[in-house]
Write a protein that binds this ligand. Sequence first.
Ligand SMILES: NC(=O)c1ccc[n+]([C@@H]2O[C@H](COP(=O)([O-])OP(=O)(O)OC[C@H]3O[C@@H](n4cnc5c(N)ncnc54)[C@H](OP(=O)(O)O)[C@@H]3O)[C@@H](O)[C@H]2O)c1
Length: 331
Amino acid sequence: MATAVDSFALLWRELCGSLSPYQEALALLGALCAGACGARALRALVGAARVHVGTRLPLLHLLAPPRSLAASHGAWAVVTGPTAGIGRAYARELARRGLGVVLVGRDAARLGTFAEELRGDFPVRTLEIVADFSRGPAAYGDIARALEGMDVGVLVNNVGVMPVVPGPFLTAGEEHLWELVNVNVAAAMLMTRLLLPGMLQRGRGAVVNISSGSCLRPVPYMAAYAATKAFVDSWSCALSRECSGSGVAVQTLIPFYVATRMTAPGRYLRRPWLFVPSAEEYARHAVATLGVARRTTGYWPHTLQMWFTQLMPEWLWAWLAMHINIHLWKP
Ligand SMILES: NC(=O)c1ccc[n+]([C@@H]2O[C@H](COP(=O)([O-])OP(=O)(O)OC[C@H]3O[C@@H](n4cnc5c(N)ncnc54)[C@H](OP(=O)(O)O)[C@@H]3O)[C@@H](O)[C@H]2O)c1
């Protein structure tokens, strides 16, 4: 040890002897920057291990058994867009964990079938609310009446739409642009406005807002969709800070590709694999991070993708995004 310290001191003296004060200052600055980068990388690694590994270690659960979601949050979960993909899988996962589930979607028949399936598979109560979020303000009267007085512990703002085929901004019709705003942006805010006051009053609960990996940087050929997801990310993170200390957790989920109906038109996205999980696999991982992380991809291979994305220069990301959107989505 002493030798190592002596050698370092010797090396430093030698270096300083051969460097001008200006170079010395630069070397020090370089060392500080490298140290800061190392510390940030270590923090990210430890954080990811806590969220993705710590939550799934059975040994930890034996030492400190997690409280049931119903006991810690409330008896009911409300899930928007639960008839397909991530919303459906998330609702199943919450029912498996003992929460009653309120399904808010636009297709009464599909809601009914899914509710019946949940009640058959798990000992839970369900409630269906028919609402088409693309109708804007008109959608919320019925929802508010149906949810009045319910002990809602978890709200999952999942509902979302994406252009069937990506393309230049001006190819999107006016109707689709309003749909993006009403379904991807307004639904999350207005559902939260409806249910957050009750959660704050009870001092417990969680709001889960589903954004997307496309929120991280501008995405040419999917400009408006990605912008709605950046909105959700920004709003949700700010809300999370506002609710800090209230007993209500606000979580932003940032999934990358998940094999669902939404991504089905894309080549290589139809069949699940490690980096494009099935909705069920994704939901299993994501629900485990509830109450542990304020902002997470919810799934460890997506966290690797997020790190890779953040390291990329903006021009490379834009170039890749554009080419992925042109080629990956060809039938
Ligand atoms: N899949 C991915 O790769 C991915 C990646 C990142 C983020 N996300 C986000 O994850 C969320 C779920 O995506 P997903 O892939 O599971 O989508 P999905 O398979 O297309 O399912 C969308 C759900 O939303 C419902 N919905 C759509 N428009 C609606 C409206 N106007 N009113 C009421 N319900 C409506 C659909 O109902 P119907 O069954 O009646 O159509 C369906 O239940 C979205 O917010 C999406 O942006 C997805």
